[in-house]
Design a protein around this ligand. Sequence first.
Ligand SMILES: *Cc1c(COP(=O)(O)O)cnc(C)c1O
Length: 422
Amino acid sequence: MKDETKCLHSGYTPKNGEPGVMPIVQSTTYRFDSTEHIGALFDKPMECMYSRFANPTVDAVEKKIADLEGGVGAMCTTSGQAATLFSVLNLCNAGDSLICSSAVYGGTINLFAVTLKRFGIECIFVDPEASEADIDAAFKPNTRAVFGETLANPALIVCDIEKFAKAAHAHGVPLIIDNTFATPILCKPFQFGADIVVHSTTKYMDGHALQGGGVIVDSGRFDWTNGHFPEFTEPDESYHGTIYTKEFGNMAYIVKARMQLMRDFGAYPAAHSAFLLNIGLETLAVRMPQYVENGRRVAEYLLQRTDKIESVEYPGLPGDRQHALAEKYLGGHGCGVVTLVIKGGKQNAVRFMDNLKLACNEVHVADIRTCVLHPASETHRQLTDEQLVAAGINPGMIRFSTGLENIDDILEDIEQALAQVD
Ligand SMILES: *Cc1c(COP(=O)(O)O)cnc(C)c1O
């Protein structure tokens, strides 16, 4: 099936007489005929047993997303942050390290640089444009993963996935890619060597600003028996000696994440959230091309306004410094998000944003409605100036997230707001 078809049909196949839409299974528990049956599930939870880590409605969405990414399995979480955290904790223990491109979402930088450090996990940040030799030099004997973001929020730096995958694999560790902005419609990171994909489903996947969520997808291709990951190949005492690679084969990573991390931390979405996420996913493949088209039109307009605009970043335009990478990884496209730097710094950025009438000022991005945000004073305010620069964020930068309104209305709104800026 092609993406448009998968968006509608993957994950749930009703049998004779069953509901045409995956129902909301609003129940924390599942009944079984015997104690023995339940006991067996504690050894090998292959059926839904308890809604802290499994639910049929969520399961259908997990299967759909896994199919869209080309993976063998997926696990939904209550937020993108939880997905990122679990994707790493499934590999790293206290005393381990990971390598991360510095061009990633601000929340990811904070999670890795501050919070994981408190857990005893060190994150070594590398420039997204670092040479293979430089990335190579960042590895330590305790490095367990490499992390990057396809199209970085908000700097829109395109990750050279193949370069990072090559470096990771040379050291026997997997590459995790945050594919939130690209979605599997614009990029499928597994095709370029990534091993694990994470998403904030809060963004384009949900698409309608209804609820937060995240997901981890397993490509099923990484060889966990290479000697670097004893937790995958030695008995898990907390699961009666389960050996993940032996019992679950190429689904070892995603099953381990559910059996250990979701069981112990419990950040599993409610059935109703998954039901709403599924509605968003059904139209993802038809929405993305329109975001791309509107984003490109906004970028083109802003590029002409050299009187008020200092710079525009949109990898989907042929003149853009990221365009070669966008051609390789994103079919030559950007998404709906355009980052711009307005002349006159922070003051004019704020004035422009406050004068927009259609585009809403809100802490969101990749929504169906056009919205704007000032990263330096909002989402990324916890970063130091140094981290801001490393993440590609200028104090005058605005993240303009183009929605699906008529493009003429969007451009008219930008024009009138720019007129208010000197
Ligand atoms: C928003 C976002 C996250 C965090 O997701 P939440 O759902 O807000 O927790 C992670 N990565 C990227 C690229 C994001 O845009």
